[in-house]
Write a protein that binds this ligand. Structure first.
Ligand code: HPA
Length: 274
């Protein structure tokens, strides 16, 4: 057995023995968007540090726990605080929490993040439905021996982000008067923000936003057959487009400023899924 497989099994067995119910929905909350987990009725919380063989999160604005709750009756597991490549974890470890939520029973994943707007038509505070992504700049979480029980060796990536659910979210946002963009997310390793030349390169490749998470998680979810919906909050314009130097506080503040309409949209979307 590979080391990763062993650790995934250990973490799964530990978490499965601790949780009181099996989730159908998984939500991953990005920087500054963690407030959603403070607004639900928390039925159980499990700190990452208490899960055997689990990679622990240290990023600012990230809490580092799973929250179990029912949202509109849907049994839900929320990942409040993620694990990032830039913390030094391997791509496989970075997606372990996503894998665990899938293994516990979640069939749908709502994955959210803060990102820099590279598309000049976007503005700070915009929500973007992720329609596709570019992960070619970071290692694949599927490298190494394939976890055959979870998915195929060569998984198709034509529709990482479920089109039907993305369309449903777009329609709902329009009905609610929340303007949303549609676009492509490009993942970088971080922790440094990109240079202006890198942001330009990303736009030439077809990206609309740049960030340091999400795409490899969505890739792992796709590998396991989960249906994924991705939502980006543009917290700043990316380097070279922004007129000011990038700063982590700006990202956290923009997340907080958007949390009202972000939470409102996600909650109503779950009502439609229920
Ligand atoms: N680049 C990368 N990641 C980010 C950014 C950015 O500009 N903003 C928030 N996360």
């Amino acid at each position: 057995m590979t080391d990763f497989k062993k650790r995934l099994e250990e973490a799964y067995e530990d978490l499965a023995s601790k949780i009181k119910f099996r989730p159908k929905l998984a939500i991953t909350l990005g920087s500054g968007l963690g407030r959603l987990a403070d607004q639900v009725e928390i039925e159980q919380e499990i700190s990452y540090k208490d899960i055997k063989s689990f990679p622990v999160s240290t990023a600012p604005g990230h809490k580092g726990r799973f929250v179990l709750t029912h949202i509109h009756g849907v049994p839900t597991i929320i990942m409040q605080g993620r694990v990032h490549l830039y913390e030094g974890y391997s791509a496989q470890d970075t997606v372990m929490p996503t894998r665990l939520m899938g293994l516990l029973g979640a069939e749908t994943l709502i994955v959210t993040n803060a990102a820099g707007g590279a598309n000049k038509d976007f503005s700070v505070g915009d929500l973007m439905i992720i329609r596709d992504h570019i992960t070619a700049l970071v290692p694949s979480p599927l490298n190494g021996p394939n976890l055959d029980d979870l998915g195929p060796r060569f998984p198709d990536m034509t529709e990482v982000y479920n089109k039907e659910l993305g369309d449903k979210l777009e329609k709902l946002a329009k009905e609610k008067g929340i303007s949303v963009q549609n676009g492509v997310y490009c993942q970088w390793q971080g922790p440094n923000y990109e240079t202006p030349a890198e942001v330009k390169m990303a736009t030439i490749l077809g990206a609309d936003v740049v960030g340091m998470s999400t795409a490899i998680e969505a890739m792992a979810a796709r590998h396991m057959g989960m249906k994924t919906v991705g939502i980006t909050l543009v917290t700043n314009m990316a380097a070279g487009i922004s007129e000011v130097e990038l700063d982590e506080q700006e990202v956290i503040d923009a997340g907080e400023a958007a949390s009202g309409y972000f939470i409102d949209l996600v909650m109503d979307f779950i009502k439609e899924l229920a």
